[in-house]
Design a protein around this ligand. Structure first.
Ligand code: 13P
Ligand code: SF4
Length: 370
């Protein structure tokens, strides 16, 4: 995680309404030079200023379209801002309001570990692997995948990308999220026994060469600490207490939770299902709490609750608050670009290959629940 220096003290003295007024004024002053993007897990007080909201796939697409803006202020996490920098020209400068807004999952795969794994696959196992990285990863991991015949995916199009990967070779390395990899491959009829965990903290990933040779999918041992908080026991409890309640979860949840759920999909999918659901229906949702609360507040004629009885909060995304957003905009108005996220030219070139493959594979339209 990068270090975010403390803000000047004047920002802590501002009230909520002063912050809202000031951000509104700075946005107006910057006009079309500025685009603010907000991920669905962002806090409400920040998301109110977003010009576009979306899941990772939608924001990557919208980011790539912003070639006319001078500044993209990304209210999301570090890897999202990196992707926006890669997909835009040098003219567009991408800013992350708090440098501490990283992603713990992305931090679970570093490029040295991936290079070690690759060396072992190639020189000792003699296997040909297609590397697929969830977009929740560093730019260098994306670049590695682009350079080695692989691609990025998001939770919206992981299935389409895995299908593509299996058309390129018979073995896939999926990183960094073992759960998205396992859930997606299983839904495509890959047996659990054909998937093995590659643990980057163990010699040779904790595998034997024959285990690696026999597997169809090598799952990197990474996870989302927010979505791992949902459990099969919580699903059982909902089923017991309220049989009418439907369970919908994000595919970053563990395999047993996904098996117990009625529906699984990305944040954009979850939103569309709740939007299309009938009044009076009941839903327990397994994803980040800000999105669940926003859905509950928007669709008040439906009963909507978090699947877990605890706060499942993306603490890194939560670091972006109105004070950091205002500070960022103040500096832009004054002609200083702070917290710019940049990816070097060669990493960008290779990562673009992987990201463009991701953007070329669209997910099927979300289903409607009547
Ligand atoms: P999506 O935005 O693809 O649904 O992923 C959720 C997430 O965890 C973002 O980091
Ligand atoms: Fe990363 Fe999980 Fe937060 Fe998404 S919800 S940004 S995967 S830690």
């Amino acid at each position: 995680m990068l270090y975010q220096p403390p803000l000047p003290s004047k920002y802590s003295a501002l009230t909520e309404s002063e912050l809202v007024d000031a951000i509104t004024q700075r946005k107006a002053a910057l006009g079309s030079r500025l685009v603010i993007l907000g991920h669905h897990y962002q806090r409400d007080d920040v998301i109110q200023f977003a010009d576009f909201t979306g899941d990772s796939l939608k924001l990557a697409k919208v980011g790539a379209e912003q070639q006319a803006a001078e500044f993209i202020v990304f209210c999301g996490v570090h890897f999202m801002a990196e992707s926006a920098d890669i997909l835009t020209t040098d003219r567009v400068r991408v800013v992350l309001p708090d440098l501490g807004a990283g992603c713990t999952m992305a931090d679970m795969a570093d490029i040295d570990q991936l290079e070690d794994a690759w060396d072992w696959f190639t020189n000792e196992c003699h296997i040909n692997v297609i590397p697929i990285t969830y977009v929740n990863s560093t730019a260098s991991i994306k670049a590695f995948c682009g350079e080695h015949g692989g691609a990025c995916c998001t939770s919206s199009n992981a299935r389409e990308i895995l299908k593509w990967a299996f058309s390129q070779g018979d073995k896939v390395l999926f990183l960094p999220d073992q759960h998205l990899g396992r859930n997606t491959a299983y839904a495509m009829n890959v047996a659990l026994e054909s998937m093995v965990i590659y643990d980057p903290h163990k010699a040779n990933g904790g595998l034997t060469t024959s285990q690696a040779r026999e597997a169809s999918v090598l799952l990197w041992k990474g996870h989302c600490s927010v979505h791992e908080l949902f459990t099969a026991a919580q699903c059982d409890e909902i089923r017991r207490d309220d049989p009418e309640c439907k369970i919908i979860v994000h595919p970053e949840c563990t395999w047993d939770v996904v098996q117990k759920a009625d529906l699984t999909g990305s944040t954009e999918f979850i939103i569309s299902v709740i939007r299309d659901a009938q009044p009076g229906t009941k839903w327990a949702i397994g994803t980040e709490v800000h999105l669940v609360n926003r859905l509950a507040n928007t669709y008040t004629d439906r009963s909507i609750r978090l699947l877990a009885n605890m706060q499942c909060l993306c603490t890194t995304m939560y670091r972006i608050d109105m004070r950091h957003l205002l500070w960022t905009l103040d500096e832009l108005v004054a002609g200083h670009v702070v917290n710019q996220i940049t990816v070097d030219a060669e990493t960008s070139r290779l990562a673009t290959i992987a990201l463009e493959r991701m953007l070329d594979h669209v997910a099927p339209p979300p289903i409607a629940i009547k």
